[in-house]
Design a binder for this molecule. Sequence first.
Ligand code: AMP
Ligand code: TRP
Length: 328
Amino acid sequence: MRIFSGIQPTGRKHLGNHIGAIRGYVEGQDRGDPAIYCIVDLHAITVSYEPAELRRYVYDTAAMLIASGLDPDRCILFRQSDVREHTELCWLLASVTAHGDLNRMHQFKEKSARQRELVSAGLFLYPVLQAADVLAYRADEVPVGDDQRQHLELTRDVAIRFNATYGDVLTVPEHRIPAVGARIMDLQDPTAKMSTTSSEERGRIYVDEDEKAIVKKIKSAVTDSGAEVRRGPGKDGISNLIEIYAVTRGVTPEDVEREFDGQRYGDFKAAVAEAVADYLRPVRERYAELRPDDAALEATLAAGAARARDLAAATLADVRHAMGVGAP
Ligand code: AMP
Ligand code: TRP
């Protein structure tokens, strides 16, 4: 079972990233043969960014993934731009990707609407590079949060069209989206997903957030005017807190509803805050130890890239051969 996923180096990662995706990466590393995790700096340059910041953010993200439990001896952890096969495969796959499909991508529509100066062609091609990431490793399974469902569907379509056109070369992957916690919502606007770019700081909890801030943000989370700790229509805020509590305490949402039956929102929020603080504490502490050592992080990423390159190069040779590209 080959497992692959990618994560953007967009500064501090949040609780939604952790619950929706990173938790799944850690779980996958002992099932993966191998499990491969990529920090996708080339995706991050499709919107405006600061070059010096991007370098730092790659280290932030690497340290955060290791602090969360990824072990570079048990998985391959690397930086996307270090393995040039990704960009070559992106171009080759662009010729079997439908322009109309890219035009329908929700993430493209949302992100292009937010750009003030330039909607880059890179942003439009973003899903093709993502397909290249996955297909270069012939991954069977891709752990992601719910917002990547459409990108994964496109990846599958690209692989299927490639195989139909050039012969059976690529593996058609499956997504792995968790049953609970695949879409953690913003604490201030529980109808929108928690995201790095949403306007309010108070709406998201960072993985390395200090405990006082965690308590404050969860206590001020928007809920409804009712009084029942239950999931249901009109109860987006409470439903979100139930999912957060369930994942961070390792129980089911049904267990949570039973445990807090008849209790007040205030008491429930206090319990959620404590659960989140307990869940993130070891990650924050480990992160503080790992993050200062840029050289060690760089060495880990470089070793990962060397292993990744071998796997990707083998796929690229087959793809080039099948497409009639390059010397025979
Ligand atoms: P990104 O930071 O956009 O690279 O996202 C990294 C991973 O986190 C992807 O697999 C996303 O699907 C997942 N993710 C992002 N936001 C959320 C959220 N609010 N809830 C659950 N998963 C999320
Ligand atoms: N687009 C993904 C996100 O925003 C990141 C990503 C890039 C990715 N390449 C990938 C995810 C390959 C899974 C597989 O979260």
